[in-house]
Ligand binder design. Structure first.
Ligand SMILES: O=C1O[C@H](COP(=O)(O)O)[C@@H](O)[C@H](O)[C@H]1O
Length: 288
């Protein structure tokens, strides 16, 4: 009798496990974007995107500084800096606690920091140089522009490891990667994000936090870039995408389906640990 109960119990456990485990496996196989909460915000104009983005960033700054005394923000280059312009206007300019910000770059062109192609220079000119002084400036983590792309990537990764060790940046329990508070991403017409391009192997990198590319299809060719494990470990990600030239890639990213030539686009792999929010203007959203 006791043996029968034991075997019935064991059979029941096996049956439940057989039902549950494949579901768990399926969950892990799901594209990461299906796991994150995704918000899609559409605006009539780029100017409205800029207004909404400034409020979103300022609100996250207040929340994070209140909770833990700092706000880590990862910038992209390209059009993003222009769309962030309202952050350095009233009412945010004087209200944001800039001295508590830690600023990083999701990708950087390996050129001198004073070169017009440098993402750092674009952010300095369009944003950081416009901050009120005082209060003290934010903490800025630019790349070492005296190194080769490979060495610059290794150097940036070593600095991230140090910031994680000193608990300046928390670590994601899920991935073991640094967990930034906010990742601000742009997207090219080919669906690239950071310097992770459709036809380049860097988008598949799973071990390194920062990698390099010497043949970027978009000039300049030498760049360093965060990898997807780091990007997707962020608490919040904003995809800031405007203009008619990105409409096809937006359709692929948000409408489902594959990119040109049947391959997936890098932008479809973006997913935050918290929320992923798309900021689109009318032109970018025109094919949805
Ligand atoms: O080269 C780059 O391109 C992307 C997209 O730029 P956009 O001007 O089309 O918005 C940018 O996000 C990335 O940081 C940059 O290095």
């Amino acid at each position: 009798m006791a043996a029968n109960i034991f075997f019935a119990f064991r059979r029941a456990i096996f049956t439940i496990a057989k039902l549950i485990l494949p579901l768990g496996g399926l969950y892990m196989l799901m594209p990461s974007k299906s796991r994150a909460k995704t918000n899609i915000l559409k605006f009539k104009s780029e100017d409205q995107v800029a207004a909404a983005l400034a409020k979103y960033v300022a609100d996250l700054s207040v929340k994070n500084i209140k909770e833990k005394g700092s706000f880590s923000v990862v910038l992209s280059g390209g059009s993003l800096i222009h769309t962030l312009r309202k952050l350095v206007e009233d009412p945010y300019k004087n209200d944001v606690e800039w001295s508590k910000w830690l600023i990083f770059w999701v990708d950087e062109r390996v050129v001198p920091l004073d070169d017009p192609e440098s993402n750092f220079k674009q952010a300095m000119d369009g944003l950081i140089s416009k901050l009120p002084v005082p209060p003290p400036p934010p903490n800025i983590y630019a790349i070492n522009d005296k190194k080769s792309p490979k060495d610059a990537a290794e150097d940036y990764e070593a600095r991230l490891k140090n910031l994680v060790q000193t608990k300046t940046i928390p670590v994601s329990k899920a991935s073991g990667c640094p967990k930034f508070d906010l990742m601000l991403l742009g997207m090219g017409p080919d669906g690239h994000v950071a310097s992770l391009f459709p036809s380049r192997p860097q988008r598949k990198e799973k071990k390194k936090w920062v990698t390099f590319i010497t043949d970027s299809p978009k000039p300049p060719p030498p760049r360093i870039t965060f990898t997807f494990p780091v990007i997707n470990s962020a608490s919040e990600i904003a995809m800031v995408v405007t203009g008619p030239e990105v409409a096809d890639a937006v359709k692929v990213a948000l409408g489902g389906g594959r990119g040109w030539g049947g391959s997936t686009l890098p932008c479809t792999e973006v997913s935050a640990e918290g929320e992923l929010t798309w900021f689109l203007d009318k032109d970018a959203a025109s094919k949805l």
